[in-house]
Ligand binder design. Sequence first.
Ligand code: CA
Length: 410
Amino acid sequence: MTWAPIPSGSPFSMANLPFGVVRYGGSDGPRPMVVVRIGDHVLDLAAAGIEPALTERATLNALMTSGRGAAIRARAGEVLEGPERVDWLRPVADAEVLLPVAVGDYVDFYSSLDHATNLGRILRPHDEPLLPNWRQLPVGYHGRAGTVAVSGTPVIRPDGLVAGADGVGRLEPTAALDFELEVGFLVGGPRASRIAPDSADRHVFGAVLLNDWSARDIQAFEYQPLGPNLAKSFMTTISPWVVTMDALRPFLVESSLQEPTPDPYLRMERPWGLDLSLQVDLNGQTVTTTNFDRMYWTFAQQLAHTTINGATTGAGDLFGSGTVSGPTSDERGSMIELTWRGAHPLTLADGSTRSFLHDRDTVTMRGFFGEKAGGRNERVGFGDLIGTVAASDVVAHSTSGKAGRAALSR
Ligand code: CA
């Protein structure tokens, strides 16, 4: 029904049509533009005459604020089903795929029961793994919006104070670099406050995959009593294609039973779980497969919690689900859980072992909706979220972090 070519199995079907921002070189210089992805191509919305005031832009923020996203996506679908216009399609392979959103406020949650239980057991082995507040509110902390980067950005191993055997912190590069498999939700529409869970779909623009890169040794020394700071703030990466609320709505499912029943401001009548199959590959080898439908706190409750105190949220705000882990040992969404903080290192296909990430390691995350329910003819997913740990010698020889990043991106 569309004239656009879509490779078999592509997550970028007509049922998806996610938004992104790309840039092409050209005689008139590189020009960022808002596009809709279809198969291995993008539809140039401005060329197709679709709301150029919102689509001739370097980010999605104006479109997200406008409330016009659903109409623009619907119009893109009509164009792709109408008379063939191959001149409006461009190959993704020729594009520079950019960070789609200027991120406003960023909050990261901790909403997987299995992840929170695992981390409690690892970090506080003599206490109850879950603290008493965990089942009463979605625990979270404010992250650093300015270091959210797009898939493919090199990961620079961070420095921080790491405690030695004498308990004294010394500044050194982390020896415990980790990934966290998460889903990120992006807010759209006008500024709002005290959002009820059951109206979350009026305020959430869409979703991306999110990797909350973490330095576990830095985290262990700094996190009490106020939570993680430098162990997380050095970088967070997101996938470049924003799957809209309309595209993911068919995959909403009942979420986990919550016991005790939450406070009324967190109660939901509608289903806000997501049938979203997730996978993590380390250097091309799958190390984790799980599903988002077992998350304890839903994104609707996370948004309600963020705004119940009167705090406002606006277009471009990002909130992370928290690491997604399942109950079995091959469903763990971070290295610290997979290796139990190095007690059981992973063995990779080349015979090498990992407690945490080495330089030049590549972490790839993928997510597909609706696979648990049997899948659909038209696949919906995020595409790959990729990050490679930079080689330390390359970073050390750069004159500044920015120059180093520029060198690494070439
Ligand atoms: Ca996290």
